[in-house]
Design a binder for this molecule. Structure first.
Ligand SMILES: [Zn+2]
Length: 205
């Protein structure tokens, strides 16, 4: 699907491919396009560049994984989708809602690493305090699960100054996942598993 995108700089109309539904099992070549952010990159012949983000449903049939990216924080997943997705939920599908490309990429990487994003989110959250204590002068802007070129897993602390990659603590991950087995998510359809979620889970205990 292709949409005309009007360059905010020069007003010229350029074709820009928009994918509201992306079945990555059928079209695996798009995964790299997403992970590199290329799919959302708009470049105009006038030199203007920007990121164009729109609602996108990412569907991995092999991993039984559906990630809905809805950039507008005020927008929810359409109610009627739940009924239509019920058969997939019964097959054990995991549904997630994310708000930006970084979050989408992170969920894809976590899924591909065969990890549970709820446990990863808790690990990130508990790692925040010690990181801030160790680096009191840095401004933390986000924490993401990432893989290096060798495919090794890391928790990366992004700060305005620089990025700090800590090796992924598999032992801690196993403990947290075991603990999380007792937790049952209230809504299977597209919960937002993020920092706010992790905070809520930890405060409840
Ligand atoms: Zn332009």
């Amino acid at each position: 699907m292709s949409d005309a995108f009007i360059c905010p700089n020069c007003g010229r109309e350029t074709n820009f491919p928009i994918f509201h539904n992306l079945n990555i099992t059928a079209e695996p070549r798009f995964k790299e396009e997403i992970l590199s952010h290329r799919l959302f990159h708009f470049g105009c012949s006038c030199g203007f560049e920007t990121e164009v983000v729109y609602p996108m449903l990412y569907h991995d049939m092999e991993r039984k994984f559906m990630i809905f990216m809805i950039p507008d924080e005020d927008e929810r997943v359409p109610e009627q989708m739940r009924a239509s997705l019920m058969p997939l939920a019964e097959q054990g599908y995991v549904f997630r809602l994310v708000r930006n490309v970084n979050e989408l990429c992170e969920k894809i990487l976590i899924g591909d690493a065969d990890l549970d994003d709820t446990a990863v989110e808790l690990l990130k959250f508990v790692g925040e305090v010690p990181f801030k204590e160790d680096h009191p002068n840095l401004n933390l802007s986000g924490i993401y699960f990432q893989q290096d070129e060798q495919g090794k897993n890391h928790i990366v602390f992004h700060t305005k100054e620089e990025d700090y990659a800590l090796p992924f603590d598999t032992m801690q991950y196993d403990i947290v996942s075991e603990e999380l087995k007792k937790h049952e998510e209230e809504d299977v359809f597209f919960p937002e598993i993020n920092r706010a979620w992790a905070e809520k889970i930890l405060w409840k205990k």
